[in-house]
Design a protein around this ligand. Sequence first.
Ligand SMILES: N[C@@H](CCC(=O)N[C@@H](CS)C(=O)NCC(=O)O)C(=O)O
Length: 227
Amino acid sequence: MTKPVLVYLKMRALAEAPQMLMHHAGMAYSYKMAWDHFGKPWPDSKREVPFRQLPMLVVEGGRQIAQSGSIMRYLANHLGMMPADPVAAAWVDSIFEATQELFMPLNPTINFAVGDDFETKRTNILSALPPRLDDFERILDRDGGGFLAGNVPHYCDFGLFHHLDLAHFLDDDLLTDFPQLAAFMQNMRGIDGMADYLQSRPELTGVGEKPQLVIDGRPVPTGMKAD
Ligand SMILES: N[C@@H](CCC(=O)N[C@@H](CS)C(=O)NCC(=O)O)C(=O)O
Protein backbone atom coordinates (compact mmCIF):
# COMPACT_ATOMS: atom_id res chain seq x y z
CA MET A 1 0.00 0.00 0.00
CA THR A 2 1.28 3.50 -0.78
CA LYS A 3 1.89 5.70 2.23
CA PRO A 4 -1.11 7.91 3.04
CA VAL A 5 -0.52 11.65 3.00
CA LEU A 6 -1.95 13.80 5.76
CA VAL A 7 -2.53 17.31 4.45
CA TYR A 8 -2.90 20.19 6.90
CA LEU A 9 -1.82 23.70 7.80
CA LYS A 10 0.62 25.41 10.18
CA MET A 11 -1.11 24.71 13.46
CA ARG A 12 -1.25 22.16 16.24
CA ALA A 13 -4.86 21.09 16.06
CA LEU A 14 -6.91 18.51 14.15
CA ALA A 15 -3.95 16.70 12.59
CA GLU A 16 -2.55 15.75 16.02
CA ALA A 17 -4.79 12.82 16.97
CA PRO A 18 -4.39 11.04 13.60
CA GLN A 19 -0.62 11.45 13.76
CA MET A 20 -0.48 10.11 17.32
CA LEU A 21 -2.62 7.17 16.29
CA MET A 22 -0.44 6.39 13.25
CA HIS A 23 2.76 6.68 15.30
CA HIS A 24 1.28 4.43 17.98
CA ALA A 25 0.36 1.81 15.38
CA GLY A 26 3.69 2.12 13.55
CA MET A 27 1.89 3.12 10.35
CA ALA A 28 4.03 4.97 7.81
CA TYR A 29 2.58 8.22 6.44
CA SER A 30 3.78 11.53 5.15
CA TYR A 31 2.67 14.95 6.30
CA LYS A 32 2.32 17.83 3.88
CA MET A 33 1.34 21.44 4.24
CA ALA A 34 -1.53 22.32 1.91
CA TRP A 35 0.65 24.58 -0.26
CA ASP A 36 3.24 21.83 -0.74
CA HIS A 37 0.59 19.22 -1.54
CA PHE A 38 -1.30 21.39 -4.04
CA GLY A 39 1.62 23.50 -5.26
CA LYS A 40 -0.30 26.72 -4.75
CA PRO A 41 -1.62 28.90 -1.90
CA TRP A 42 -4.23 27.25 0.32
CA PRO A 43 -7.07 29.69 -0.56
CA ASP A 44 -6.68 28.68 -4.23
CA SER A 45 -6.88 25.00 -3.34
CA LYS A 46 -9.94 24.95 -1.12
CA ARG A 47 -12.26 23.69 -3.88
CA GLU A 48 -9.93 20.74 -4.48
CA VAL A 49 -10.81 19.23 -1.10
CA PRO A 50 -14.29 17.91 -0.32
CA PHE A 51 -15.40 20.51 2.24
CA ARG A 52 -12.94 23.41 1.78
CA GLN A 53 -11.18 22.60 5.04
CA LEU A 54 -8.40 20.42 6.37
CA PRO A 55 -7.15 17.99 7.61
CA MET A 56 -7.49 15.55 4.75
CA LEU A 57 -5.96 12.10 4.42
CA VAL A 58 -5.08 11.00 0.90
CA VAL A 59 -5.06 7.20 0.64
CA GLU A 60 -4.46 4.68 -2.14
CA GLY A 61 -5.64 5.73 -5.56
CA GLY A 62 -5.54 9.39 -4.51
CA ARG A 63 -8.84 9.01 -2.67
CA GLN A 64 -9.48 11.85 -0.24
CA ILE A 65 -10.81 11.40 3.28
CA ALA A 66 -11.96 14.70 4.78
CA GLN A 67 -13.30 15.52 8.27
CA SER A 68 -11.04 14.79 11.23
CA GLY A 69 -13.54 12.36 12.79
CA SER A 70 -13.84 10.37 9.57
CA ILE A 71 -10.05 10.21 9.32
CA MET A 72 -9.84 8.82 12.85
CA ARG A 73 -12.56 6.23 12.22
CA TYR A 74 -10.93 5.22 8.93
CA LEU A 75 -7.57 4.77 10.67
CA ALA A 76 -9.08 2.82 13.56
CA ASN A 77 -10.82 0.48 11.10
CA HIS A 78 -7.78 0.18 8.88
CA LEU A 79 -5.55 -0.62 11.85
CA GLY A 80 -7.96 -3.11 13.41
CA MET A 81 -8.50 -0.89 16.44
CA MET A 82 -12.29 -0.61 16.19
CA PRO A 83 -14.29 -2.61 18.77
CA ALA A 84 -16.11 -5.49 17.05
CA ASP A 85 -19.24 -5.16 19.19
CA PRO A 86 -21.44 -2.40 17.69
CA VAL A 87 -22.45 -1.07 21.11
CA ALA A 88 -18.85 -0.91 22.28
CA ALA A 89 -17.95 0.81 19.00
CA ALA A 90 -20.75 3.34 19.53
CA TRP A 91 -19.53 3.99 23.07
CA VAL A 92 -15.98 4.68 21.86
CA ASP A 93 -17.38 6.88 19.12
CA SER A 94 -19.56 8.86 21.52
CA ILE A 95 -16.51 9.57 23.68
CA PHE A 96 -14.57 10.62 20.59
CA GLU A 97 -17.38 12.96 19.56
CA ALA A 98 -17.35 14.49 23.04
CA THR A 99 -13.61 15.13 22.67
CA GLN A 100 -14.26 16.79 19.31
CA GLU A 101 -16.49 19.29 21.11
CA LEU A 102 -13.36 20.54 22.89
CA PHE A 103 -11.91 21.73 19.57
CA MET A 104 -13.66 25.10 19.56
CA PRO A 105 -12.63 27.59 20.90
CA LEU A 106 -9.64 25.83 22.48
CA ASN A 107 -7.60 25.00 19.37
CA PRO A 108 -7.85 28.37 17.56
CA THR A 109 -7.18 30.19 20.85
CA ILE A 110 -3.95 28.33 21.52
CA ASN A 111 -2.75 28.54 17.92
CA PHE A 112 -3.71 32.09 17.03
CA ALA A 113 -5.09 34.35 19.80
CA VAL A 114 -2.79 37.00 21.27
CA GLY A 115 -2.85 39.72 23.94
CA ASP A 116 -6.15 40.72 25.55
CA ASP A 117 -8.09 38.55 23.14
CA PHE A 118 -6.10 35.54 24.32
CA GLU A 119 -6.63 36.41 28.00
CA THR A 120 -10.40 36.77 27.56
CA LYS A 121 -10.61 33.47 25.68
CA ARG A 122 -8.38 31.80 28.24
CA THR A 123 -10.69 32.87 31.10
CA ASN A 124 -13.80 31.72 29.22
CA ILE A 125 -12.33 28.35 28.25
CA LEU A 126 -11.06 27.62 31.76
CA SER A 127 -14.43 28.46 33.28
CA ALA A 128 -16.25 26.18 30.80
CA LEU A 129 -13.90 23.20 31.04
CA PRO A 130 -14.53 21.69 34.53
CA PRO A 131 -17.88 19.98 33.75
CA ARG A 132 -16.35 18.55 30.56
CA LEU A 133 -13.33 17.31 32.49
CA ASP A 134 -15.63 15.85 35.12
CA ASP A 135 -17.43 13.79 32.44
CA PHE A 136 -14.18 12.22 31.25
CA GLU A 137 -13.02 11.77 34.86
CA ARG A 138 -16.17 9.78 35.65
CA ILE A 139 -15.72 7.62 32.56
CA LEU A 140 -12.14 6.82 33.55
CA ASP A 141 -13.12 6.20 37.15
CA ARG A 142 -15.93 3.83 36.20
CA ASP A 143 -13.94 1.93 33.60
CA GLY A 144 -10.81 1.57 35.71
CA GLY A 145 -8.55 0.45 32.88
CA GLY A 146 -6.48 3.63 32.69
CA PHE A 147 -7.87 4.54 29.28
CA LEU A 148 -11.33 5.71 28.25
CA ALA A 149 -12.61 2.30 27.20
CA GLY A 150 -10.57 -0.46 28.78
CA ASN A 151 -6.87 -0.99 29.25
CA VAL A 152 -5.72 -0.08 25.75
CA PRO A 153 -6.19 3.20 23.87
CA HIS A 154 -8.90 3.53 21.23
CA TYR A 155 -9.17 6.43 18.82
CA CYS A 156 -11.16 8.46 21.37
CA ASP A 157 -8.16 8.44 23.71
CA PHE A 158 -5.99 10.20 21.13
CA GLY A 159 -8.60 12.92 20.71
CA LEU A 160 -8.82 13.56 24.44
CA PHE A 161 -5.05 13.50 24.89
CA HIS A 162 -4.58 16.12 22.18
CA HIS A 163 -7.14 18.57 23.54
CA LEU A 164 -5.99 18.23 27.16
CA ASP A 165 -2.40 18.58 26.05
CA LEU A 166 -3.32 21.87 24.35
CA ALA A 167 -5.36 23.07 27.33
CA HIS A 168 -2.24 22.83 29.48
CA PHE A 169 -1.00 25.94 27.66
CA LEU A 170 -3.80 27.75 29.53
CA ASP A 171 -3.16 26.25 32.94
CA ASP A 172 -0.36 23.92 33.99
CA ASP A 173 -2.48 22.76 36.93
CA LEU A 174 -5.52 22.00 34.80
CA LEU A 175 -5.86 18.46 36.11
CA THR A 176 -5.06 18.96 39.80
CA ASP A 177 -8.64 18.09 40.79
CA PHE A 178 -8.92 15.31 38.19
CA PRO A 179 -6.58 12.49 39.25
CA GLN A 180 -7.95 9.97 36.76
CA LEU A 181 -7.34 12.37 33.90
CA ALA A 182 -3.84 13.15 35.15
CA ALA A 183 -3.10 9.40 35.24
CA PHE A 184 -4.67 9.01 31.78
CA MET A 185 -2.29 11.65 30.36
CA GLN A 186 0.65 9.76 31.82
CA ASN A 187 -0.66 6.46 30.47
CA MET A 188 -1.00 7.98 27.01
CA ARG A 189 2.53 9.38 27.15
CA GLY A 190 3.73 5.84 27.83
CA ILE A 191 2.05 4.00 24.95
CA ASP A 192 4.06 2.81 21.94
CA GLY A 193 5.11 5.57 19.60
CA MET A 194 3.78 8.47 21.65
CA ALA A 195 7.06 9.72 23.14
CA ASP A 196 8.65 9.59 19.68
CA TYR A 197 5.83 11.60 18.20
CA LEU A 198 5.78 14.21 20.97
CA GLN A 199 9.52 14.71 20.68
CA SER A 200 9.59 14.90 16.90
CA ARG A 201 6.62 17.20 16.21
CA PRO A 202 7.15 20.92 15.70
CA GLU A 203 7.41 22.77 19.00
CA LEU A 204 4.65 25.33 19.60
CA THR A 205 6.07 28.50 21.15
CA GLY A 206 4.84 31.99 22.09
CA VAL A 207 1.26 30.93 22.88
CA GLY A 208 -0.82 34.02 23.70
CA GLU A 209 1.86 36.41 22.47
CA LYS A 210 3.38 35.37 19.18
CA PRO A 211 2.43 31.79 18.38
CA GLN A 212 4.98 29.99 16.22
CA LEU A 213 5.80 26.45 15.21
CA VAL A 214 9.41 25.43 15.06
CA ILE A 215 9.60 23.53 11.78
CA ASP A 216 12.96 22.02 10.79
CA GLY A 217 14.60 24.19 13.44
CA ARG A 218 13.05 27.42 12.15
CA PRO A 219 10.29 29.30 14.06
CA VAL A 220 7.48 30.25 11.66
CA PRO A 221 4.14 31.92 12.43
CA THR A 222 1.17 29.59 12.80
CA GLY A 223 -1.35 30.01 10.01
CA MET A 224 -2.51 29.09 6.57
CA LYS A 225 0.29 30.64 4.49
CA ALA A 226 3.58 29.13 3.40
CA ASP A 227 5.44 31.78 5.42
N1 LIG B 1 -15.25 19.67 10.75
C1 LIG B 1 -13.91 19.79 10.22
C2 LIG B 1 -13.34 21.15 10.65
C3 LIG B 1 -12.03 21.40 9.96
C4 LIG B 1 -11.47 22.77 10.27
O1 LIG B 1 -12.02 23.58 11.02
N2 LIG B 1 -10.32 23.03 9.62
C5 LIG B 1 -9.65 24.30 9.75
C6 LIG B 1 -8.32 24.15 10.45
S1 LIG B 1 -8.49 23.41 12.04
C7 LIG B 1 -9.35 24.82 8.35
O2 LIG B 1 -9.27 24.07 7.39
N3 LIG B 1 -9.12 26.12 8.25
C8 LIG B 1 -8.73 26.75 7.02
C9 LIG B 1 -9.87 27.25 6.21
O3 LIG B 1 -11.04 27.18 6.64
O4 LIG B 1 -9.59 27.77 5.13
C10 LIG B 1 -13.04 18.63 10.71
O5 LIG B 1 -13.30 18.10 11.79
O6 LIG B 1 -12.10 18.25 10.00
